[in-house]
Design a protein around this ligand. Sequence first.
Ligand code: NAD
Length: 257
Amino acid sequence: MSAKGKTAIITGSNSGIGLGIAQELARAGVNVILNSFTDSKEDHELAAGIAKEHGVSARYIKADMSDGAQCRALIEQAGVCDILINNAGIQHVAAIDKFPAEKWDAIIAINLSSAFHTTAAALPMMRAAGWGRVVNISSAHGLTASPFKSAYIAAKHGIIGLTKTTALETAEEPITANAICPGYVLTPLVESQIPDTMKEYGMSREEVIKNVMLKRQPSKEFATVEQMGGTALFLCSDAAAQITGTTISVDGGWTAL
Ligand code: NAD
């Protein structure tokens, strides 16, 4: 059964990787539901633009992924969820002894707990429809660590555990759950950590990109949002029906080091 004509909910999809995945799925004929916490005119225009460009149904639903009730309400309001892409995420860069506790709580809520709530709400819909795909956006930092990103790394390791458990609980059903582990992709999230990393390491912007970010990425190239979209689409294809409970790294060789 192909993904064409199915409906995908992509959390945190008004920019970066989430938007890239929404666009690639829509290009393949998947109806998409965009989400963020902003509810701006531009958010609704993004959805309208995708619908027009790809001839699919596309709409925007506001929900703050830091709030479990709103995560569940997003799925309920959509009314259908064949494909769930748990993508919303934030970052904060600081040493553990200086890491603000409220930042830790926000990162764990948005990057990890939101996926628990959306998955809990979506699985009954997938079971009723007799088909489902859960794709969690983890990170190379779900498999390895770096200094100054304790909350992010804890959340990204955690979501791989949630992915495996989701896969085992749905193993005998036509539902799969997998995680994509991107390396560095030049999105607003990465842009925003450059100034703090410059401060932590005492480096220029160019040095941070070359000596901190792409240092770990043997290809020496940023991965792209289109590549994340293509990988998500593959995980939604028939060819991936027996791929469940695992991770796919799209990281230019980072985790091979
Ligand atoms: P981004 O900042 O461009 O996008 C983050 C998205 O999350 C935005 O759409 C934003 O609106 C949304 N969001 C943030 N807080 C939210 C909230 N409380 N409620 C609802 N939506 C919220 O960043 P990105 O790089 O595209 O990141 C997307 C995902 O990819 C994240 O989970 C991130 O950890 C992961 N990731 C990114 C990279 C990278 O290099 N860019 C690498 C590995 C993993």
